[in-house]
Design a protein around this ligand. Structure first.
Ligand code: GDP
Length: 165
């Protein structure tokens, strides 16, 4: 789960090691359904990206109903992989999602995407900043890059461990 353009399709493709499995979006926010990928022993469910600036009010409301219901009530949901762009402070929509995850009492893997866009020094500073923004520790955050592969194998292992718990 993450806002549109955060790099979710790219991360999915990097995780399952198959380019073109999840569509890298030309028109962010258009997808209003759930795509499900088998990642034995569990499934990855690709929620549509939120926060699309040009979305119509009606689409926003139907998105909200879909995702809120899924996060709150899906009994087989083991956890949520939540994506944030490493470079940007959480948006209002990100904050709302964080509140929803807390209320729903979900276990969350918080992923920072596009880490290759920063130098190593900038990356460390950004990780500390995002941790402060979110009220988390730096160890709670998983920096990744779908371009260089940074953090992808570790994230895959964390997801599989969460599935097997
Ligand atoms: P989605 O809308 O969240 O599914 O995002 P996409 O996977 O379609 O990516 C949005 C844009 O960000 C595309 O232009 C991607 O090529 C780019 N992108 C995604 N992940 C990365 C990354 O790790 N590094 C860099 N440099 N660009 C990325």
């Amino acid at each position: 789960m993450g806002r549109s353009n955060v790099g979710k399709s790219s991360l999915l493709n990097a995780l399952v090691g198959s380019k073109g499995l999840a569509r890298v979006s030309g028109t962010p926010g258009k997808t209003q359904h759930l795509n499900v990928y088998g990642l034995p022993p569990c499934y990855l469910v690709d929620l549509p990206g939120y926060g699309w600036a040009r979305a119509a009010k009606r689409d926003r409301e139907s998105y909200r109903a879909l995702v809120d219901t899924y996060i709150r009530h899906r009994t087989t949901l083991r956890g949520v992989v939540w994506l944030l762009d490493i470079r940007h402070p959480p948006s209002t929509d990100d904050r709302r999602m964080q509140d929803l995850l807390v209320v729903a009492n979900r276990s969350v893997l918080t992923v920072l995407t596009k880490a290759d866009k920063l130098s190593q020094a900038q990356r460390h500073a950004a990780i500390r900043q995002r941790a402060a923004d979110l009220g988390l520790t730096v160890d709670d955050l998983h920096p990744t890059s779908s371009s260089t592969g940074l953090g992808i194998a570790d994230l895959g292992e964390s997801i599989l461990a969460a599935c097997s718990d």
